[in-house]
Write a protein that binds this ligand. Sequence first.
Ligand SMILES: *Cc1c(COP(=O)(O)O)cnc(C)c1O
Length: 412
Amino acid sequence: MRTRNLAFAVCIDRPYNCGAFLGINFNKWTGYMRFKTLSIHAGQEPDATYGAVMTPIYQTSTFAFRGANDPPPFDYSRSGNPTRKALEDCIATLEGGKYGYVFGTGMAAETTFFAIYGAGDHIIVHDDLYGGTYRLLTKVIANKGVAIDFVNLRDLDALQRAIRPETKCIWLETPTNPLMNLLDLKAIADIAKPRGIVTACDNTFCSPYFQRPLEFGIDVVMHSTTKYLNGHSDVVGGALITNDDALGKQIYFLQNAMGTCAGPMDCFLVLRGIKTLALRMEEHNKNALEIARWLAAHPKVEVVLHPGLESHPQHALAKKQMKGYGGTFSFKVKGDRDEAFRLVSNTKLFTLAISLGGVESLIEHPWTMTHSSMPEDARASAGITQNLVRVSVGLEDVQDLIADFEQAFKQV
Ligand SMILES: *Cc1c(COP(=O)(O)O)cnc(C)c1O
C-alpha cells in the first residue's frame, strides 16, 4: 500500500510525456530514497490501464493520435516508448542524473555520443580502455576529421599538456578494461570544467551501485547495460546519463535523429535486471575479492590486478571514489601465452567467453579476444600482455569457483 502511494505521488509529479518530447527526466525520487529502493521503483509505476506492477513491454512502433493535432504522450517508438522511458528514468536516477537515454548496444550509446563532435574538434581519450571504444574512435570517428589523442590520464600533467584550444571532450574509463587501472574522476573533472571541456566516463565495470561519476563532476556517464546493469547475459544495450541541460537535449536529439535507441523488449529485460543490481553487485564484489586474494597467493600467478587488493598501486583512490570493486578483474599467469591458454582452456565452471557482468562466471584472454582489435603496439604499450587473463566472477558458490581454478592450474 505504502509503495503504491509513493508511486502515485511520482505519477502525478511527473508529466507523463515530457521526457519523450523534450528529453526531460524528472527524478523526484533522488535525494530521499536509497539505492536499493530506487533500483526497484525509480521510473516505474503501476500501469495506468490495468495496474500491472511490472512495466509492460510496449511492443509497438506507433501510437494512435487522440484526434487531429492531438498527439498521444508517445507517438512513434524511435522518438519515445513507455517501456524505454521507464528504464531511462530508472538508470538516470541511479546515476544521480537528470537525463538518461538507452541504446541498442553500449557501442550505439558511444556512437551517438561521439556524433556530437565533428571536423576540427579534438578529443582526448584514456589510452587503456575497452577495445571496441578504441576501434570506434580510430576507425570511425577519426574519419570524420575529429582529432583523437590517446593519453595516459593517470598522469595529470600529460593531460594538461594534451589539451588544445580545440579540445572539446575527454573520454575515460575507470577501472579500465582489462588492466584495472583507475583514473581520478574529480581531478580530471577539475581540469576540464574551467576550460569548458566535456568529460565522459564509461562506468560499465562498477555500475552506479559502486561508483557515480556525476558526483565527482563528470558530465556524461556511459554504460554497456549488457553487463552488470542487466546482469543476466541475455541482452545487449547501452546508456548515456547527464545532468547538463544542453547535453541532455543534444543526446535526445541524436538518439532520435540517428535511430540508435533500444527496443522495448530489451528495455524490459534490463529494467528487470536492475531490480537486483544492489544484491548482485555485493555478491560479485565479495566473490571476486576472495578469488583475487586466493590467486595472489598462488605460485603460478605473477600478479593480480584488482583495485580492492592492498597491493594495487591505486588502492587509496579506489577507496576514495568507489564503494566496491565489482566482479571483474585480471591477473597474469607466470609464463607466456601458452600458460595463459592452458589455464583458460581448462576451467570448467568459468566459461571461456567474451563479456562480463552476468550471474555466471566467465574467463577470457584479452590479447586474442576482447582486445584483439587494438594494434599490437597499442596493446603492448598499454600493458596488455599475452599472459594476461580476465575473469568476470559470477554468483556461483565461491568455493566451487576456487576449486575450478585449483584443478585448472594443475594443467598449466
Ligand atoms: C562491453 C563494453 C562496452 C560495449 O558495449 P556493448 O554493449 O557490447 O556494445 C563498452 N565499454 C565497456 C567497458 C564494456 O565492457
